[in-house]
Design a protein around this ligand. Structure first.
Ligand SMILES: [Zn+2]
Ligand SMILES: [Zn+2]
Length: 181
């Protein structure tokens, strides 16, 4: 099935692109925070508690949980710092939100509020959002869409999934027509 192979590869490249948005400093910060939390749990805390603390198993559970919590926050701040840039959103503001609402709460807020990715029109370099089908300045066909209902279509679709229109009848640019066969 060549079609499913294509979409599988597309999915994988989307995931790789997303992972590339986590900057190296934030991976470094994540490793450092995890080690720092382990240091606090296994070196600092035993030296300061004189009464027998929690059972060792529970202590290890808390050490790893808090370590993962720190890693999650470091990666969330790193991801937001890069992703906000390509969406024209305020970078310092959203990094601060992730810092003040840790544990993924700030990151969830960010994902609820985030704007479409901004790129430029290949024909006239006008800034365009990723959900635009046509350039607002030069009418360049930015992404495949149905000629009747103008909702998005995948390059491999023969018929519109929303209205059933035969996409081969549309006046699509050559680069899109290739995929309609
Ligand atoms: Zn344009
Ligand atoms: Zn349609």
């Amino acid at each position: 099935m060549p079609l499913s192979n294509t979409s599988h590869e597309e999915n994988r490249s989307i995931l790789t692109d997303e992972l590339r948005l986590i900057p190296q400093w934030s991976i470094g910060l994540a490793i450092f925070s995890f080690v720092a939390v382990q240091y606090i749990f296994w070196v600092v805390m035993p030296a300061h508690t004189h009464h027998p603390g929690a059972p060792r198993g529970l202590h290890a559970f808390f050490a790893i949980s808090w370590g993962e919590y720190a890693v999650l926050n470091a990666l969330a701040i790193g991801y937001v710092s890069k992703d906000a840039l390509r969406r024209g959103m305020s970078r310092p503001f959203w990094m601060l939100v992730c810092l003040l609402a840790p544990g993924g709460v700030g990151a969830v807020l960010y994902f609820l509020m985030r704007q479409p990715i901004i790129s430029t029109c290949p024909a006239c370099a006008t800034p365009v959002h990723s959900d635009y089908h046509f350039c607002p300045q030069c009418n360049f066909h930015l992404s495949a869409s149905c000629g009747i209902c103008y909702r998005g279509a995948r390059l491999t679709d023969l018929y519109c999934v929303h209205c059933g229109h035969d996409l081969a009848q549309d006046n699509t640019p050559e680069r899109l027509r290739v995929f309609h066969g």
